[in-house]
Ligand binder design. Sequence first.
Ligand code: FES
Length: 90
Amino acid sequence: MLTSAANDLQFNLGLLYMRGILNLNGPSYVYICNCNAIRERDVRHAIDCGAATPKAVFAHCGARPQCAKCVCEMREMIDEQQQIRSIAAE
Ligand code: FES
């Protein structure tokens, strides 16, 4: 039998999965930044290593923004990861 905290965590993880925030199929190989060939898994790794801004993601990947079309998506990924961390910390 799950405790109340475990039930809450399971419920919140379910919400994240349904919203497409939590990917249970592992890191994606989709390119987020076409100019620098930065993949989704590279961005997630940078975030896991502490990158909290797109600028930090670029720095972690040893790249520099060019067209900046990917910045919004990087920001969304950073926000999603922060949501997951805050829910997991509850
Ligand atoms: S797509 Fe990332 S800088 Fe152009």
